[in-house]
Design a protein around this ligand. Structure first.
Ligand code: FPP
Length: 274
């Protein structure tokens, strides 16, 4: 493996540790460019400790901080985190307020580290409906990191994959009408131009924590060909090792995008030539 990744974690991971063992196995030339994460299990983490759910979210925010740092060090280009879905408004007011408070606190505290690490911050989701204090903090983080050229950190907030597709279709219909275009000519690229993620490549790897086998309305269009990795680890316990394990799991997969294995192709050609 390239010495560079190891150097990035020099003085950070202990020699002989599990982190180092896994890091050494990661192929730096086959890193996923875009990792998306469904952060799940904060409530269960808290319940196991007889603590209120909010304590789980607070520990989850710490796992966010550590994961952003590790992903940036590894050289991941895009990291997208599912922090709050449109369905999450149904949770008790106290919990919703706590989640919004944690997001503001994260942005306030981490802005310096985002700048120092050349990370560009942005959000996806419906902006209307967010409290003005949250919007202000998001705007500030977006503005202050807007020129950064390193990893793009995208936080999905007040997000719904289905609504995103519906909004894209609405905008596209209006555009087609205005330009007098024939709707039967509509393409996948047209839809993609109107998604929140128009400036992001599709995720290569979708990680979900806490063992649940669901995609929960996250990036429904964009994960069409993503590799899905589910770990039983609860989000607040997500550590560098868990990220390394997910990447190693991804590197063991063979991505075919609906095609067949090159070896199978060879045998088909051989069969046809007989
Ligand atoms: C799912 O766990 C987690 C969430 C709905 C919120 C994720 C939020 C954070 C990690 C903290 C703040 C975020 C940032 C970006 C700083 P759950 O509550 O559904 O867990 P459960 O299924 O065990 O109840």
């Amino acid at each position: 493996m390239s010495i560079n990744i190891l150097r990035e974690f020099e003085n950070i991971i202990e020699s002989g540790s599990q982190d180092e063992f896994l890091l050494r196995q990661i192929d730096p030339d086959r890193l996923p460019s875009h990792i998306a994460i469904i952060m799940d299990g904060n409530g269960r983490w808290a319940a196991r400790r007889n603590q209120p759910r909010v304590a789980g979210h607070r520990a989850g925010a710490e796992a966010v901080r550590a994961t952003v740092e590790s992903a940036a060090r590894l050289g991941i280009s895009y990291l997208t985190l599912y922090a709050f879905s449109t369905e999450n408004w149904k949770r008790p007011r106290l919990e919703v307020d706590a989640l919004m408070g944690l997001l503001r606190e994260f942005l306030r505290k981490e802005i310096r580290s985002l700048k120092r690490n050349n990370i560009r911050f942005q959000t996806i989701g419906r902006e209307r409906g967010l409290e003005s204090a949250v919007s202000r903090e998001i705007d500030r983080a977006r503005r202050e990191t807007g020129e950064n050229t390193g990893m793009v950190l995208t936080v999905a907030l007040n997000y719904s994959g289905r609504s995103e597709i519906v909004e894209a279709c609405r905008e596209l219909a209006i555009e087609y009408l205005a330009l007098g275009r024939d709707p039967s000519e509509m393409t996948e690229d047209d839809i993609e131009r109107h998604l929140y993620t128009r400036d992001l490549p599709d995720p290569d790897l979708l990680v979900r924590t806490s063992g649940e086998m669901r995609v929960s309305n996250f990036l429904l269009w964009q994960i069409a060909y993503s590799e899905i990795y589910v770990t039983d680890v609860l989000w607040p316990d997500f550590r560098r090792v868990t990220l390394f394990e997910a990447i190693l799991g991804y590197q063991k997969r063979e991505r075919r995008y609906g095609d067949v294995k090159p070896t199978a192709k060879g045998s088909l050609i051989a069969a046809n030539m007989k």
